[in-house]
Write a protein that binds this ligand. Sequence first.
Ligand code: SAH
Length: 259
Amino acid sequence: MTVMSAPRCTLVGAGPGDPELLTLKAVKAIANATLLLVDDLVNDAVLAHASPQARIIHVGKRGGCQSTPQAFINKMMIHAVQEGEQVVRLKGGDPFIFGRGGEEVEHLRAAGIEVEVVNGITAGLAGLSSLGAPLTHRQHAHGVVMVTGHAQPGDIGTDWVQLATTARQAKLTLVIYMGVSSLAHISHGLLQGLPAHTPVAVVQHASLPTQREALTTLGELAQTVQREQLQSPSIIVVGDVVQGARAWAALPKRSQKAA
Ligand code: SAH
């Protein structure tokens, strides 16, 4: 029997793709939802936790269709909550790392709606972990910058030269989301502040059976991605921590499995 609770919206992070990376809290929220609004990068396998009575609406760009405009999604969420539905907004990775979670929360709160956020494992973390390397390391990286490679229309975008200079001086790992389509521009800027031999990992479809990756250097990044035909969704990790992924890749397969 379902216990009735106050109508509200829950923003749930579905993780990078592998359905086993869902949190227990996410599973519970998905199971309790009467309406699920699902983003593109969410693996359909997580919907197995939804109630058979729940309505599921995909709001991404699946099947080459246009994605649902953000303003419409906001209205749909507010309306459904006001109608008494238990709404779950399912997002890839973590709801508060890109993916407009912050904007959605602002709209819901402005409409007087209670919002809960359930964290998910962000793709930037899952990407390098899947190659056996950390994002921070006492010797190699004192911190992490998560940055988008996609500039908003009318926005000048990230100053890659400045970012690379800071990353070098402060020993920071750069984790670039949505970067593959602007790689020539990004690597051109980064090369003005970081050495060409800086290790880089590119991971497409992190944590999924379709995962592909390349280990390269900043100087060869653009050519490598083109040659290997790595595409979106991919994570690009720049920094000395990527050496850990090289060491892991060099291990004989048997010891990787035993680890
Ligand atoms: N909220 C998400 C990010 C949304 S932005 C998160 O926390 O992961 C979308 C970008 O995330 C993609 O362009 C890509 O850069 C990255 N991404 C999402 N899922 C990914 C995956 N499984 N493998 C590699 N990159 C992924």
